[in-house]
Structure formats: C-alpha cells, structure tokens
Design a protein around this ligand. Structure first.
Ligand code: S3P
Length: 416
C-alpha cells in the first residue's frame, strides 16, 4: 500500500461541542467555521435548539449561532450517542432555573453520569436519577461555588463543572489526577472569562460581563487525524500530508507514543487558531517497536488507544497500555473489544486487570471484527485492514458518521 496526497481531517469534536454551547450562551450572533458535521455535534446542536438557541444547520462552512437566555424544553433532550453532549449540557443546565430531562441511545444510557451529577449536586443542582445513567432530570439554579478533586482525569467532568460555574455565576476550582484535554479552559481564556490555573488546579471566577458573541475557526481533530497517521505509518511507501490538525499538548499523546515506537511525524506550519495550536503533519511509513504507554499518558491519547493497539499489533515486541480501565465505559467496552477483535484477526492481545497487552506480529490480519457501533473501533480496524494481505471484515461501518463522516472516502483516496 502506498500513502499519497493531502487531506484535511474533520473539525475537532471536543471543540465543536464547546463552541456551540458557548455561542448559544453568548450575547449576540457568533460565527463558527470548520465545525465537525458528525452526528455527535448534531446532537449538541439539536439539544441547544430545544433550549431556545438559534443555530443554523451544522456545516463545515460558516454556521451562525444566536445566543439566547435558555428556556425550558418542551420535550426530553436526546443526546444520541454523545457522552460529551450529555455531560457538558448537565453543566450548562445546572445554572438554569428549569427542569430538563436528558436521554440518549442505548450505548449512552449505559454510560456513567454520577461522576458529573455528584459534583453538580454538591453545587446545589437538583438531579433525579435512577442508578448511574440516563435518563435523568436536572433542575438547576441557585448554585453555590465548589472546590472539587475529581477521582478521574476527565475533561467532561472538568468541563461540566466549569460550565456550571459559568451559567450559575459561581466560583469553581477543579483538581484532577492527570491533566485532561484543556479546550474548555482555552476557550474561556479566549473569550475573556475568568479562568486561571495554579499548581494544576483550574479555577473559574465569575465576572459581571456576559459572554461576548465571537468568531472562531475550529481546527481539525487530532483524534480523527490519528487514523490517517496510523494508516500512513503502516503503508509500504509514499507520504501523506494531513493539514490543519490541532496539536494541543493535552491531545497528542498519540504522536508522542508513535515517535517512541520509531515513527517520525513532522509538524510544519505551526500556528494558532482561537487559542489552540494547529499544524500540518507529514507522515511516512515506519518500522515500529513496542513500548509501554504509562498511566500519565493515557488522558492525552484516551480516544487513540484502539488505533494505537492496532499499531502495536504490527510492531516488534509486546506493548502494554497501563491503567486503561476508563475504556470500559466509552461508546463501547473498548478495553475488552480491542483485545477480542485483535484476537479475532489472529493477533495476541489481552486485558489484564486495567492494563491492555498487545503482541506485535507480521502475520496478515484476517477475520471478522465486532465494532459494537463504536466509531473508533470501526476506524481502527479499517486501518488494520489496509495492511498487505489483510482481510479484516467489520460488523458495520456506519458508526464512523459519529466523528468522521468521510472517513472511508479519505482512506480510499489517500491509500492505493
Ligand atoms: C471528551 C473527553 C474524553 C473523550 C471524549 C471527548 C471531551 O472523555 O474520551 O471523546 O470532549 O471532553 P472523558 O472526559 O470521559 O475522558
């Protein structure tokens, strides 16, 4: 297989959710470009419309959002497959004096929400929940400030609390075991909202000013680019240029680990977009060697573990990912499914406790993979199916629409 051409990954999913929510809360008309057009971002847009914000249809080109005082929804807020929509909107809703019920698809309804509802309850939000998941009803307003140490390094938990501080007009401070992605903090800073970091603790201090309307270009998603990078590294010859990729240090553990495994990904044209560092990546094929991915690195590559595990299955030696228990509660049980699917195509892989072990091999991968409708499993194993002699069949491909609607088109175009 040969890598060739120039490609742009879709807009960053995490940033797209956040800018839509902030624009919906801002005073006046905001203009957003480069948004992800995937199903998850459409879920956030739909929910915000139900709450009274005016949003154009979600396109990569300019989308206008007229912020408004949010109003009680007439129906349940369906967050689809999107954990980020559900958890961040809980924070947004914590500051609103009305009741709203959130729900989602079968995968989302299984995912833990207590990690967010507990701190929001401590702030004074009234939340009715059966068990740990959706559906749940939140009635916000009348919040008090919070200083919170999160047991998990989760940007969704951190961002929910920051959004609650913002909409509730109260001060919050959050500590987390390892630094998770910091897009919310960067956007708050970019908009002049009172955000500070001291010794790893993130604090928001409310100020009298309302959120100004803004213009922002969303950079390409490094988590989506990771699949293209991986396919280019596994190619036999050629070179792939991936333009306009976010290279925020809290997101690019994937590149750090890949370089340790022997690949070299050049970053050129480094620039800033709305407070986020952005670059073009130049990727060439490489021979990989195994590595140990540490617990501290996991938050910087949490969504890239499936594709890194796929790369580890083609590396020399045995790779271990430490402390990846969080993968059990993603869109699917990614920890068990990555291991089981690697075994299904003839590789050796195993989850032991909270660690994932993967042995490298040169044998062509052959077999049927169960994606469980998880977009990142579908894309990771499609990449594995691109190596010479492979015959990897996916149980479904539609799930890529969650975060990378044109994934198969781009894969076909860039790899011959
Ligand atoms: C996200 C945070 C991560 C990540 C998810 C998006 C975000 O989840 O897996 O895809 O946008 O804040 P956790 O906060 O649960 O780690």
């Amino acid at each position: 297989m040969r890598a060739r051409g120039v490609v742009q990954p879709p807009g960053d999913k995490s940033i797209s959710h956040r800018v839509l929510m902030l624009a919906a809360l801002a005073r006046g008309k905001s203009e957003l470009t480069g948004l992800l057009t995937g199903a998850d971002v459409k879920s956030s847009a739909r929910v915000l419309r139900q709450l009274g914000a005016e949003l154009g249809s979600i396109r990569e080109s300019t989308v206008q959002v007229s912020g408004a005082r949010l109003t009680a929804p007439g129906a349940r807020l369906n967050c689809g497959n999107s954990g980020t929509t559900a958890r961040l909107m809980l924070g947004v809703l914590a500051g609103q004096k009305f009741a709203a019920t959130l729900t989602g698809d079968a995968s989302l309804r299984r995912r833990p929400m207590r990690r967010v509802t507990e701190p929001l309850k401590e702030m004074g939000a009234d939340i009715e929940v059966r068990g740990d998941g959706l559906p749940l009803t939140i009635r916000g307003g009348g919040l008090r400030g919070l200083t919170y140490t999160s047991p998990v390094a989760s940007a969704q938990v951190k961002s929910a609390i920051l959004f609650a501080g913002l909409t509730g007009g109260v001060a919050v401070t959050i500590r987390e075991p390892y630094r998770s992605r910091d897009h919310t903090e960067r956007l708050f800073a970019h908009l002049g909202l009172g955000i500070h970091e001291r010794n790893g603790a993130i604090s928001y201090q409310p100020s009298a000013v309302s959120i100004p309307a803004f213009e922002l270009a969303v950079p390409g998603d490094p988590s989506s680019a990771a699949f293209l990078v991986a396919a280019a590294v596994l190619a036999q010859t050629g070179e792939l240029v991936i333009e306009n990729v976010g290279v925020n240090p809290t997101r690019i553990g994937f590149l750090v680990v890949l370089e340790r495994m022997g690949a070299h990904v050049e970053r050129v044209n480094l620039r800033d977009a709305g407070g986020e560092p952005v670059a073009d990546l130049v990727v060439r094929p490489a021979h990989l060697t195994a590595t140990e991915v540490t617990a501290a690195e996991i938050p910087t590559l949490v969504d890239e573990v499936p594709v890194l595990a796929v790369l580890a299955s083609r590396a020399r030696g045995a790779t271990v990912f430490r402390d990846v228990g969080e993968l059990r509660v993603k869109e699917s049980n990614r920890l068990e499914l990555v291991a089981a699917n690697l075994r299904a195509v003839g590789a050796r892989a195993e989850a032991r406790g909270n660690d994932l072990h993967v042995e490298g091999s040169e044998k062509p991968p052959r077999g049927r993979v169960v994606t469980a409708s998880d977009h990142r499993l579908a894309m990771a194993f499609a990449v594995l199916g691109s190596v010479g002699g492979a015959d990897v069949r996916l149980s479904e491909k539609k799930s890529v629409a969650i975060s990378y609607p044109n994934f198969f088109r781009d894969l076909k175009r860039c790899f011959a």
